[in-house]
Design a protein around this ligand. Structure first.
Ligand code: PEP
Ligand code: MG
Length: 587
C-alpha cells in the first residue's frame, strides 16, 4: 500500500481499478488471469519478449553496420535487459497469477523505482541510473505494445469505470471524461487553477493533482483510492483501508448537503448589501448546476470547450445552439456572460492542433490574440453570440486583453459582424453589453484607459496571478509563489476597482479566487460586488457573505493591504474567517 498527497481539486472519494496513462496512452486492462490460463499467459509473455528482442537485434545489426559497434551496443544492453526480466516476469505470472502485461509492468516499474531511488541517493550514479531507468521504461512500452497491439482508446471496452492516473492531463483529455467511465483521476503534475482541475470540478469527478512522481509505483488494474476532498491517493490499499474508505464514501454520499437550506436565500451581507453570485461553466449543460446551487446566472462561459476534441471547428449554428441552450435554462432575465474563445496555451482544438508551434504558448498566440489572427474563427463566434442574444440577457467578454489596441480591434470586429447581420436581414441584438477580462498585468495597469471602452470588467485572477508573479498556474514546483493574495496581485486589483469606479462600470471577479471562502471578505472589502465561481462553491460563498458586514470587510481589506507578504495575508484571512464562522472548519 502506498499513500501519496497532492492538491485536492475536486471533492469526493472514488475507488476503482487504475488506468495508467503514460505519454503514449498505454493501459493494462486486466491485472490477474484465471488459474487455467496461466500457461497461455506465460506463452504470450515469451512471445512478446521474443518479438521485442528480435526487433532490438535487428536494430543492433542495422546500427552496427551504419555507425559501428559502439552504437549497436546500445541495443545489445536492452536485449540483455529483456533476458534479465524473462525469469522474473514468468515467476510473477505463475505465483501471483498476473497477466503477462501486468507482470511486465510490475517488474519493470519496480526496477525503475529502485533506479530512481539510486539517482536520488547517490549523486555520482544519478546520470547512469536515470539512463537505465529510461531504457527500462522504453522496454516496458515496447513489450506492452507487443502484447496489446497498438495502443487504442484506453477507455474502450472497459468492464467498469476506472481511476485515471497520469503524469499530466490536458483539458482536452479531461473534457472527454464522463463519470460513467472515469471515477476519479490523479496526476503527478498540475496546480489547482489548471484548466484540467477546473474541468474535474465541473464534471463532478474527484481529483487530486500535483502528487509528484508516483506512476512507477502503480500498474494498470491496481486498486486505487482517490480522496479528492483531502488530496490523498492510496495505491493498492490493504483490506482495512479499503473498508474505511468505502464507509467514508458511503457517508459522504448519504450526507445531506449542509448548504442546501441556503440555496434560495439571498446573497446579501449582514448589513444589507447584495453581492451577486454567478456560476462559471465550461459546458452548456452546467447551466442547470448553477441554478441548482443558487447562482443568479452565468458569469463566465468558457466557450473554447466547444472546440476541444472536435474533428472540425464548430459551425455558427453549433455555437448558436449551445448559447441558446444555456439561455433557455437560465430564462430571459438571468445574465449569461459569454467569454469569447480562449484557445491556445494549454487548450488546443483538435481540429487545428497547436495552431502554431510556440516555445512559450502561455505568452504566445493565445485567446484574443489568436482570434484577431484568425478572424474567420472569431467572426463565426461573434455572429452566433449576437444572434443568440435575442433570447435573453446575454453579455460578451473578451479574454487576455493586454493592450487597448487589441480591445479596440475586438470591438471593431464586433461592429463589422453587426453590420453583416444587418445587411443580411438576420435577427440579432445590437445593444449587447461588452466587457473585458483583466488577467494580464498590463491590462490592470491601464484599467482607467480600458474602462472607457467597455461596460464591465471581470478579473480573471487565475491568469492575473500567474502573469503577475511569473508562476505557471499548472506547475506544482512554483505553487508556493502562486498566491492570489500576494501584495502585488492585491495592488493590481485595487487599481482595477478604482478605475472601474472612476468610469462608473462594474469590476467583477471570475477566477477561482472568487470561489474560495477565505478570499470573499477581502474581495467584498476591496469593493467587488459580483463573484462568479464554480457552481459547487456558491453555497459556501453565500454563507460567508451572509455572515459579513461591508464595514468589517473594508477593515479586513485595509489590514490585508498593509501586510508585506502573501503568507501573512493568507494567515490573517484564515484567522478572520475562523472568527467569522466559528463552527466551520477552515483550513
Ligand atoms: C482566469 O484566468 O481567471 C479565468 C477565469 O480564465 P481561465 O481560468 O479560463 O483562464
Ligand atoms: Mg484566464
Amino acid at each position: 500500500m502506498e499513500i501519496r498527497h497532492g492538491t485536492a481539486v475536486s471533492p469526493g472519494i472514488a475507488i476503482g481499478p487504475a488506468v495508467v496513462l503514460d505519454t503514449e496512452g498505454v493501459h493494462i486492462p486486466h491485472r490477474t488471469a484465471p488459474p487455467d490460463q496461466l500457461d497461455s499467459e506465460v506463452a504470450r509473455l515469451h512471445r512478446a519478449l521474443d518479438e521485442v528482442a528480435a526487433g532490438l537485434r535487428a536494430d543492433r545489426d542495422r546500427m552496427t553496420a551504419r555507425f559501428g559497434r559502439e552504437f549497436g551496443n546500445i541495443f545489445a544492453a536492452q536485449e540483455q535487459a529483456i533476458e534479465a526480466i524473462r525469469k522474473h516476469t514468468e515467476s510473477r505470472v505463475r505465483t501471483d497469477r498476473y497477466t503477462a502485461e501486468y507482470a511486465v509492468s510490475r517488474v519493470l516499474r519496480d526496477y525503475v523505482k529502485r533506479l530512481e531511488d539510486v539517482a536520488v541517493l547517490q549523486q555520482g550514479a544519478a546520470v547512469e541510473a536515470r539512463r537505465r531507468a529510461s531504457d527500462l521504461i522504453g522496454i516496458e512500452r515496447q513489450v506492452l505494445a507487443a502484447l496489446l497491439g497498438n495502443p487504442t482508446d484506453p477507455f474502450a471496452n472497459l468492464p467498469e469505470p476506472v481511476v485515471v492516473l497520469a503524469n499530466d492531463l490536458m483539458p482536452s483529455d479531461t473534457a472527454d471524461f464522463s463519470p460513467r467511465t472515469v471515477r476519479a483521476f490523479a496526476t503527478e503534475s498540475g496546480g489547482p487553477t489548471s484548466h484540467t482541475a477546473i474541468l474535474a470540478g465541473a464534471l463532478d469527478i474527484p481529483a487530486v493533482v500535483g502528487v509528484g512522481r508516483f506512476l512507477t509505483d502503480v500498474s494498470g488494474g491496481d486498486t486505487v483510492i482517490v480522496d479528492g476532498t483531502e488530496g490523498v491517493i492510496i495505491i493498492d490499499p490493504d483490506e482495512a483501508t479499503l473498508v474505511r474508505y468505502e464507509a467514508k464514501r458511503a457517508e459522504l454520499l448519504a450526507r445531506p448537503d449542509r448548504y442546501e437550506a441556503l440555496r434560495d436565500k439571498p446573497a446579501v451581507t449582514d448589513d444589507g448589501v447584495p453581492i451577486r453570485l454567478l456560476g462559471n461553466i465550461e459546458l452548456a449543460q452546467e447551466a442547470a448546476h448553477c441554478l441548482d446551487r443558487g447562482a443568479e446566472g452565468v458569469g463566465l462561459y468558457r466557450t473554447e470547450f466547444l472546440y476541444l476534441n472536435k474533428a472540425a471547428h464548430p459551425t455558427e449554428e453549433e455555437h448558436y445552439a449551445a448559447y441558446c441552450a444555456v439561455l433557455s435554462t437560465l430564462g430571459p432575465n438571468r445574465p449569461l456572460v459569454i467569454r469569447t474563445l480562449d484557445l491556445g496555451a494549454d487548450k488546443f482544438a483538435s481540429a487545428s492542433g497547436a495552431l502554431v508551434n510556440e516555445k512559450n504558448p502561455f505568452l504566445g498566440l493565445r485567446s484574443v490574440r489568436l482570434c484577431l489572427d484568425r478572424t474567420e474563427l472569431f467572426r463565426t463566434q461573434l455572429r452566433a453570440i449576437l444572434r443568440a442574444a435575442v433570447h435573453g440577457d446575454l453579455r460578451i467578454m473578451f479574454p487576455m486583453i493586454s493592450t487597448v489596441t487589441e480591445l479596440r480591434h475586438c470591438k471593431a470586429l464586433l461592429r463589422a459582424v453587426t453590420e453583416d447581420l444587418e445587411d443580411a436581414g438576420i435577427p440579432f441584438k445590437r445593444a449587447v453589453p461588452v466587457g473585458t477580462m483583466i488577467e494580464v498585468p498590463s491590462a490592470a495597469l491601464i484599467a482607467d484607459v480600458l474602462a472607457r471602452e467597455v461596460n464591465f470588467f471581470s478579473l480573471g485572477t487565475n491568469d492575473l496571478v500567474q502573469y503577475t508573479l511569473a508562476a505557471d498556474r499548472n506547475n506544482e514546483h512554483v505553487a508556493n509563489l502562486y498566491n492570489p493574495v500576494d501584495p502585488a496581485v492585491l495592488r493590481l486589483i485595487v487599481g482595477v476597482v478604482r478605475a472601474a469606479k472612476g468610469a462608473n462600470i462594474e469590476a467583477n471577479v471570475c477566477g477561482e479566487m472568487s470561489g474560495e471562502p477565505l478570499y470573499v471578505p477581502l474581495l467584498v472589502g476591496l469593493g467587488i460586488r459580483q463573484l462568479s465561481a464554480t457552481p459547487r462553491k456558491i453555497p459556501e460563498i453565500k454563507r460567508v457573505i451572509r455572515a459579513l458586514t461591508v464595514a468589517e470587510a473594508e477593515r479586513v481589506a485595509a489590514h490585508a493591504l498593509s501586510l508585506d507578504t502573501g503568507r501573512q495575508v493568507t494567515n490573517y484571512l484564515r484567522d478572520y474567517l475562523r472568527k467569522l464562522l466559528p463552527s466551520e472548519a477552515v483550513d
